[in-house]
Write a protein that binds this ligand. Structure first.
Ligand SMILES: NC(=O)c1ccc[n+]([C@@H]2O[C@H](COP(=O)([O-])OP(=O)(O)OC[C@H]3O[C@@H](n4cnc5c(N)ncnc54)[C@H](OP(=O)(O)O)[C@@H]3O)[C@@H](O)[C@H]2O)c1
Length: 345
């Protein structure tokens, strides 16, 4: 790529309410000149793009925590990059920075990202890809969702759906650190094997081939105390059917319902019978406490207690395919796309 070109993916169409599937035609490739910076501004060269299921909702303008995206706008998305030019002493050249910079090579900032949020600086020495995984919103979703909403105590049985995904793969490891027994659900034997043998979950149910309800009942005869749900749909119903008394359900996401319309859980009365609490949350609401989460996650990684789980697609052209792949389970761990070389390291 020539340095004077800013490659971009623009929004060219939206998933529809009746057919919410993301397709390649929803994106259009474009090039613009490398932007110039003015007084107080700095230029970020992005290295990796974060690929998130929620982008489907951003394209449909369903998320009130993200700015509206018009047709032809640069696709919204978080990215990590280096400051390569600067007229802003708070963000000198060479700094690693993180924020909503969009699917493009370059982003001009005066200190805030496209979401109006201060451009984030990762801890010194953090690897750029970690900043989109365990040390970014993915890791913080796992950390705050599990500990603040799920509130595990040692000895609890924790169920994590989407266990081989970005958030789920971290949640299960954190629950193990909290002294819990951890059961995951994931699609296929390869993922289940990875979740148990590499990440240290106690068990994993392959929701594509196994009877999830029966398998959870067998694995958790005394019931599930904490259910961290990334998926919704039939897997969620199986989880609700196996709750222990006074269980906590942390409602993180519902990817099974992002690409097709599915009814809500038919057995939600289980919450009543089990005097359980189900609570949704958004990681952005924890922004004032993000530094606390980053410190804790960094410590566990440094101590070798938490494995980072990053799945890297190579090349700017891969961004739409990588997003579409999330909905067929193509990723293991956090999906990111490498779009540039880090010349600083
Ligand atoms: N509340 C928040 O603040 C917050 C923040 C970040 C993410 N989230 C949500 O958390 C969930 C996980 O996000 P992530 O970034 O970690 O993504 P992820 O789990 O890495 O993303 C995709 C995975 O979802 C699974 N999947 C796709 N379609 C499915 C279906 N119909 N049924 C069951 N599983 C399906 C696939 O794994 P399999 O191969 O196992 O099917 C796929 O690998 C998403 O729902 C996301 O929207 C919420």
């Amino acid at each position: 790529m020539k340095n004077d070109v800013n490659r971009q993916w623009l929004l060219n169409g939206r998933p529809e309410e009746t057919n919410p599937v993301v397709i390649e035609d929803h994106f259009k490739y474009a090039e613009s000149p490398r932007p110039e910076i003015g007084p107080g501004q700095f230029l970020v060269r992005s290295l990796y793009l974060s690929i998130d299921p929620a982008m489907q909702g951003w394209m449909r303008q369903l998320a009130d925590y993200m700015p509206a995206m018009g047709m032809g706008d640069v696709m919204l998305g978080r990215a990590v990059g280096r400051v390569v030019e600067s007229n802003n002493s708070d963000y000198p050249v060479g700094d690693l920075v993180y924020g909503v910079f969009g699917w493009q090579d370059y982003y001009v900032s005066n200190g805030v990202d496209r979401n109006g949020v201060p451009v984030n600086k990762p801890p010194k020495g953090a690897a750029p890809q970690s900043v989109l995984g365990a040390l970014g919103t993915t890791g913080l979703t796992a950390y705050f969702g599990l500990f603040d909403i799920g509130r595990p105590v040692p000895g609890d049985t924790v169920l994590v759906s989407g266990a081989a995904g970005a958030v789920g793969s971290l949640v299960g490891q954190l629950a193990k650190l909290a002294g819990c027994r951890v059961i995951g659900t994931a699609g296929g034997p390869k993922k289940c094997d990875w979740v148990v043998k590499t990440l240290g979950f106690d068990a994993c149910v392959d929701y594509k081939t196994e009877n999830v309800l029966d398998r959870i009942a067998a694995l958790a005869p005394a019931g599930v105390n904490v259910f961290f749900d990334n998926v919704g749909g039939a897997v969620m119903e199986a989880g609700l059917a196996n709750l222990a008394m006074n269980a906590r359900v942390a409602l993180c996401g519902g990817i099974a319902g992002y690409t097709k319309i599915i009814p809500g859980p038919a057995n939600y009365m289980q919450l009543v019978m089990k005097r359980a609490r189900m609570e949704g949350f958004l990681v952005v609401d924890y922004m004032p406490r993000w530094p606390e989460g980053v410190v804790r996650m960094s410590q566990w990684i440094a101590e070798g207690k938490l494995k980072e789980t990053v799945d890297i697609a190579e090349g700017f052209d891969m961004a739409p395919k990588a997003l579409i792949g999330l909905f067929s389970g193509a990723n293991m761990g956090k999906q990111i796309v490498k779009i540039g070389d880090d010349l600083q390291n």
